[in-house]
Ligand binder design. Structure first.
Ligand SMILES: NC(=O)c1ccc[n+]([C@@H]2O[C@H](COP(=O)([O-])OP(=O)(O)OC[C@H]3O[C@@H](n4cnc5c(N)ncnc54)[C@H](O)[C@@H]3O)[C@@H](O)[C@H]2O)c1
Length: 415
């Protein structure tokens, strides 16, 4: 299992999720009480069956979800797992068919399932729609509907892809950051919001950055526990020199820190954090931040790793199914051209197995298969380096190679 997965596994174990084994530098000084969640109890050895809601969405979403579904099915079947896949509409696809970005049926099926795998939403076609009819609104409604407040976004440099990073090798080698982003509060959801007229009679648009104590406390708790199981360092990113909501955030994080004396807490303003991520990313272990800063910083961190096409994410709440999705969007510029990198979605499927269903072995089969495929030199364009003996392939072929790796790992007895 790769370093990234060890880290993720270790991190999420504190969330009452089964981890495979702890990362070697992790300190297990004390056990933490389970925090959540939607994760099923450890699977029995008999045949297991799960309902998975698939939300392919728009753009490259259907292409990458199709690959992930095949990989999930094969890796699962090797572990005696059966799935009942429910494919539902979301985003632009739902707008075109049902007139809303998140049909009620999609949300109720998702809530009833064991886990949700999403591709991506959005596209030029719907960009000019009014807010309530934007694909992005459907995704925000889904996250709210599933009450997944903690978004875990790892940014880990795969050793095979060090050269794909736009940054110098010595800067990116060994980068392993976990961004813990608050997902259901802040300016994306705050009121008042809207359009109006200011005191000078000028038309304005406005939003509200607002956090309650409960919202900050619970995300800080997740982040401290994750940091505790990783390198023991947590950096809280805010804009407390300007924003009251950030001053409040910092105060609550400092309060929560008293419960975690073994975690080294630091604070950084978001503008500095965005600079430091490029200057010296290895200084970061775990980052906790609000919804909008997390949105931006995790995308920035993803570029350090080489491609947004490699990074999965998990969104977890206190109960109910988790939401697993690549961090990239619908990539309309390459949609329908078989150019998308499916790895982020395939790795999201592995996270779904591990953290959503407690099916560590099947998850490990997928993680190993992705690494094996990279080791065999197969690359989509976003991670391809010219002048090497790498093999440039499309989304479908990379998916087929991952499936071959799942199978060959069985023959080699690697899992
Ligand atoms: N979670 C989501 O569904 C989500 C997230 C971000 C953006 N979006 C939506 O996606 C649309 C496009 O947004 P954007 O261009 O800002 O972000 P994007 O992530 O879709 O694309 C950014 C760049 O990365 C490339 N890229 C993304 N995923 C890739 C993959 N798997 N393989 C290879 N290259 C990949 C794209 O081709 C593009 O050049 C917008 O409508 C936006 O609202 C959706």
């Amino acid at each position: 299992m790769g370093r990234y997965n060890l880290r993720m596994a270790a991190s999420l174990q504190l969330l009452n999720v089964k981890a495979v084994k702890p990362f070697h530098t992790v300190s297990w000084r004390r056990s933490t009480p389970p925090l959540r969640c939607s994760v099923a109890p450890p699977p029995s050895t008999s045949h297991r069956s799960y309902t998975i809601t698939l939300l392919p969405g728009d753009g490259i979403g259907p292409e990458v979800v199709s690959v992930a579904k095949d990989v999930l099915t094969l890796a699962g079947s090797l572990e005696g797992i059966k799935y009942d896949f429910k494919e539902m509409l979301i985003g632009g696809a739902a707008l075109d068919t049902a007139g809303v970005p998140l049909p009620d049926e999609t949300l109720s099926v998702a809530k009833e399932s064991d886990a949700v795998l999403l591709g991506a939403i959005g596209g030029y076609k719907w960009d000019q729609n009014e807010k309530r009819l934007k694909p992005e609104t459907g995704l925000l409604q889904l996250r709210q509907g599933l009450t997944v407040f903690a978004n875990l976004r790892p940014a880990t440099v795969f050793p095979q892809l060090v050269d794909a990073s736009p940054l110098k090798k010595e800067i990116v080698e060994g980068v392993d950051i976990m961004v813990v982003r608050e997902l259901t509060g802040g300016i994306y959801f705050g009121f008042p919001r809207g359009y109006g007229v200011n005191q000078h009679g000028e038309r304005i648009g406005y939003n509200t950055e607002v956090y309650s104590a409960l919202e900050v406390d619970r995300i800080a708790e997740v982040a401290f526990k994750i940091a505790q199981k990783r390198g023991g360092k947590l950096c809280s990113v805010d804009k407390a020199n300007v924003l009251e909501a950030s001053m409040f955030w910092r105060k609550r994080v400092l309060e929560k820190a008293k419960e975690y004396p073994d975690v080294e807490l630091s604070h950084m303003y978001v503008d500095n954090a965005s600079m430091q991520l490029i200057r010296y990313p290895k200084q970061f272990d775990t980052i906790v931040t609000n919804n909008i800063f997390g949105d931006i910083l995790s995308d920035e961190a993803s570029m350090i790793t080489g491609s947004i096409g490699m990074l999965p994410s998990a969104s977890l709440g206190n109960s109910g199914p988790g939401l697993f999705e690549p961090i990239h969007g619908s990539a309309p510029d390459i949609a329908g051209q078989d150019k998308a990198n499916p790895c982020a979605t395939v790795l999201s499927a592995a996270m779904l197995l591990r953290y959503g269903l407690g099916e560590d072995k099947a998850a490990e089969r997928i993680d190993k298969a992705v690494e094996d495929t990279l080791n065999r030199g197969f690359r989509t364009a976003d991670i391809y380096s010219t002048g090497t003996n790498q093999k440039l392939v499309g989304c479908k072929q990379l998916g087929e190679e991952i499936l071959k790796s799942v199978e060959s790992n069985v023959l080699a007895g690697a899992v």
